[in-house]
Design a protein around this ligand. Structure first.
Ligand code: SAH
Length: 446
């Protein structure tokens, strides 16, 4: 279904899509094989813990491996990019972040252009998406001229937050020496916007905010449950009986608090993964959006409550045994969007999930590509552009594996009330449609 967008938004999207500003090109290389780097201290820490208190849940295993403040995979590493363990859409092409920038501005306009706009990114990685979004905001400066915009980054990794600061502020951001302050780093972006770093969403100030989370929810710890003849049992991580330096999965012999609380009544699958932490974060987003206004855009690989065992590891762009050399590989699980929708509750409207291919095409990626190709004479860059477009949109690559899901203020999708016609006029028969949401509806520029 095509929908007409309002004239202002239409002009804005068109202005951006056809602009010739190209930013910087990112190179999308094939994977590099890396030497196996065992992380003995992580394994030692985990086995000592299991010996002391018994098998740990998969969620605790994931949390320790990924975000332990000393040894955590995300805390120590820069894992993103061709030389790392995995590559993400914002790293593949600047167009991705730019279209998200356009989405943010259209949602801000649809909310009635509030005077203050907090852009909040959860898990910003190398800061590429934020950088591309900021470039779009810079290009649309005149549209945002009466709005005070600030950037808020929720990042658990000191290594990555250092990279983000370098990229977004040219290294001028200052670390906060007061360790009790929830803002652990702050500065000004190269376009002069205030930017702050936090360890948790709880610490981000209240106020009209647009939240973006790209490949963030898949990194949060999941619990795994198996249906057995005696009911649901939680899958735990234990030490191998014959080899004390190896880990194995076991089923808890009796119900755990998590298996009792987290498996839905009437669940039809025989194995389920539940990301309780992701559920709590979505509840926070939902509360903030309903009370303070704004929207959230969540993009990740995932399913709508249909998949079972999706827990996996990535190292050097290849699948990696999740229990082998913990700390040396990324651990991830598909996002269950049906669970996020349930956790969001009735206080917000949920849109999606829709595939990345559909979202990007609805946002005008084809028009943007044509303009960039028209303005590009370098054959190798043209090839690069075409390859990255294919990586983002091809159904066999990221096009159908990744999905977009949005939380919106309830008023955003509400049908404008039918006004009583002045006396003498006939009653309007058609109810005016709610304004479309960019990306989730194909926009027509007529
Ligand atoms: N959004 C980026 C990076 C994805 S990797 C991109 O698409 O390129 C996941 C990101 O989330 C990393 O920045 C990681 O450090 C961060 N992260 C993981 N767990 C987190 C947590 N519990 N709290 C805050 N940030 C977290």
């Amino acid at each position: 279904m095509r929908s007409l967008i309002n004239v202002q938004t239409q002009l804005l999207v068109r202005r951006f899509l056809t602009s010739s500003t190209a930013g910087r090109w990112r190179l999308f290389c094939s994977s590099s094989s890396e030497e196996e780097m065992p992380q003995p201290s992580v394994l030692r820490h985990l086995t000592a813990k299991i010996k002391a208190t018994g098998p740990i849940s998969v969620a605790e295993y994931m949390r320790e491996v990924l975000t332990n403040p000393v040894t955590g995979y995300y805390v120590r590493n820069n894992m993103l990019g061709p030389e790392g363990d995995f590559i993400t859409s914002p790293e593949i092409s600047q167009i991705f972040g730019e279209l998200i920038g356009v989405w943010i501005v259209t949602e801000w306009i649809s909310a009635g252009r509030p005077k203050r706009l907090q852009l909040v990114e959860l898990g910003p990685g190398k800061g590429s998406l934020a950088e591309d979004v900021l470039r779009v905001l810079g290009q649309l400066r005149s549209v945002l001229s009466h709005c005070s915009v600030s950037l808020h980054l929720v990042e658990v990794s000191p290594a990555l937050s250092g990279l983000q600061a370098l990229r977004l502020t040219g290294g001028s951001a200052q670390e906060n020496q007061n360790h009790h302050d929830p803002v652990y780093r702050q500065g000004l972006t190269s376009t002069g916007l205030p930017v702050c770093w936090y360890r948790s969403l709880d610490d981000v100030p209240e106020g009209f905010s647009i939240f973006v989370a790209h490949e963030f929810f898949d990194a949060l710890p999941i619990h795994k449950f198996q249906r057995t003849q005696s009911g649901w049992r939680e899958m735990m991580v234990d030490i191998e009986l014959e080899n004390p330096d190896k880990l194995r999965f076991v089923l808890s012999p009796s119900p755990t608090l998590a298996s009792t609380a987290l498996v839905q009544e009437g669940e039809g699958r025989s194995h389920v993964e539940v990301c309780a932490e992701g559920g709590v974060i979505v509840q926070q987003l939902s509360r903030r959006i309903s009370e303070e206004g704004g929207a959230a855009l969540i993009a990740d690989y995932g399913h709508d409550g249909t998949k079972t065992d999706t827990f996996r590891g990535f190292k050097g762009h290849r699948l990696h045994d999740v229990l082998a050399s913990p700390g040396s590989a990324d651990l991830t699980a598909d996002v269950d969007f049906s669970f996020l929708r349930r956790m969001a509750g009735d206080g917000v409207a949920c849109l999606g999930p829709i595939t990345q291919r559909v979202f990007l095409k609805n946002m005008g990626i084809d028009t943007r590509m044509q303009v960039l190709l028209r303005n590009c004479v370098d054959a190798s860059i043209r090839k690069q552009l075409i390859n990255s477009y294919d990586a983002l949109t091809n159904p066999d690559r990221m096009g159908e594996r990744f999905h977009f899901f949005s939380l919106l203020h309830l008023s955003r999708l509400a049908t404008p009330p039918n006004t009583t016609p002045p006396e003498g006029l006939t009653l309007q028969k058609k109810t005016p449609a709610a304004p479309p949401v960019a990306g989730f509806t194909e926009l027509s520029f007529s």
